[in-house]
Ligand binder design. Structure first.
Ligand code: PLP
Length: 419
């Protein structure tokens, strides 16, 4: 794994781009690629790509099965990756780390396994208007299956969680509070420690969707006060196909399995089975072996820079982009304007131009952004728009990228005659 060679590197955007082969790719515009879609999926540094290749080339066998040297090696690297994840998020033990495919699967695991054995028809599940569909639809399904009631905390006009509304929902004693740390659609950073504190004080089991926070800011589960935390590897420079569910050990121990079959059992007879211990109880079948080592390499890379540095860099880019775009005629920005409450994600609407058209013209200028509902349709409804254009930053972006975005917006307005 990479590790020390990256220690104390500054987050400088342009300099770090050299670590990411994708930025060598020419664009149809003939200009360098400006990648502003990391909220959807992040690009991969060479260290991650090499870790995947090394595992497949020299360390690959199935895990938890073989007693031969190669399999023991593969197993050690897979379990080593689990220890890296645990240390990265401050978990008490690697046994609290369940490898899943992505944040979506992590939340489904909790909704199915914890939810169906703890939530009944008289119970209340609370989520919020700010959620990605991944932290909404599984709770809808849970409530449909159990007869429980689903309620949503309102958000404010500037895209923040309405904490008074949260408090009034919590007075009704919900069984589960499912809330995101950072909104993927608006970039809002929720005051998550306060929210988890309120939720647990009200007796709720608190599930935090950290898909947009773990990649971009320090997060320590021991301090967070949540019961479950979900995130994806691919948004934090790691491979796709691997994600993480962190859960309190006592809760994980008590939960029934989600998927069943090989690996997750201790003993099977023709009539029944005994479950393995956590976390393996939740890892049925052959897991994402090489991807786990790729995720560990991504963590090494991020730690070499430091999550405080990543967050500070994105905060600075947010301030610059918010002011640059906010001063452009015909541009409407969504979400809170306070940089302490807004991650490196800017959602905007151009007067008279559909976001899909905006993204198409931006692409012609070599600027990759996301347009659409961002898997947050209720939030789009709340703001009275069918879609937005979203620019999201990471450690390989810089001020020049913001200028390229602003220029491309002007070019789009010219094409549509709205400039
Ligand atoms: N939650 C949030 C806030 C997200 O932004 C996303 C993906 O965009 C997800 C959950 C789902 O992540 P995945 O598609 O990796 O499961």
């Amino acid at each position: 794994m990479v590790g020390l060679q990256h220690r104390s590197r500054a987050v400088t955007g342009a300099a770090l781009r050299a670590d990411f082969p994708v930025f060598e790719r020419p664009t149809a515009s003939g200009r360098r690629l400006v990648y502003l879609d990391s909220a959807a999926s992040a690009q991969k540094p060479r260290a991650v790509i090499e870790a995947l290749a090394q595992t497949y080339a020299h360390h690959y066998a199935n895990v938890h099965r073989g007693i031969y040297e190669l399999s023991v090696d593969a197993d050690a690297r897979y379990e080593g990756a689990r220890r890296s994840v645990a240390a990265f998020i401050g978990a008490d033990s690697p046994r609290e780390i369940v490898f899943v495919r992505n944040a979506t699967e992590a939340i489904n695991l909790v909704a199915f396994s914890f939810g169906r054995s703890n939530v009944g028809r008289d119970d209340l599940v609370v989520t919020t208007e700010l959620e990605h569909h991944a932290n909404l639809v599984p709770w809808q399904q849970l409530c449909a299956a159990t007869g429980a009631t689903l309620a949503h905390v309102r958000s404010t006009d500037d895209g923040k969680l309405d904490l008074d509304d949260l408090r009034s929902h919590l007075e009704r004693g919900p069984k589960i509070l499912a809330v995101s740390h950072v909104s993927n659609a608006l970039g809002t950073i929720n005051p998550i420690a306060e929210v988890t504190g309120l939720g647990r004080a009200a007796g709720a089991t608190v599930v935090v969707d950290a898909a947009q926070s773990v990649p971009h800011m320090p997060l320590n589960v021991a301090e967070l006060g949540a019961d479950f935390v979900a995130f994806s590897g691919h948004k934090m420079l790691g491979p796709s196909g691997i994600g993480v569910l962190w859960g309190r050990r006592a809760l994980l121990d008590a939960m029934p399995p989600f998927l069943t079959g090989g690996s997750m059992i201790r003993r099977v007879t023709l009539d029944g089975a005994e479950w393995n211990e956590v976390p393996w109880k939740f890892e049925a079948g052959t897991p994402a072996i090489a991807e786990a080592t790729g995720l560990a390499a991504a963590i090494d890379y991020l730690e070499g820079i430091g999550m405080d540095g990543v967050r500070a860099h994105e905060r600075e880019l947010f301030i610059a982009a918010w002011s640059r775009l906010g001063n452009m005629p015909g541009v409407r920005l969504l979400g809170p304007d306070d940089p302490d409450e807004h991650a490196g994600v800017i959602s905007f609407v151009l007067d008279g131009i559909h976001p899909h058209d905006v993204a198409t013209i931006l692409d012609r200028e070599g600027v990759a952004v996301r347009a659409g509902h961002h898997c947050a349709q209720p939030l789009m409804d709340r703001h009275g728009v069918p879609a937005t254009t979203r620019a999201s930053f990471y450690l390989y972006n810089d001020h020049d990228d913001i200028e390229r975005l602003a220029d491309a917006i002007v070019a789009t307005q010219r094409v549509f005659g709205t400039a």
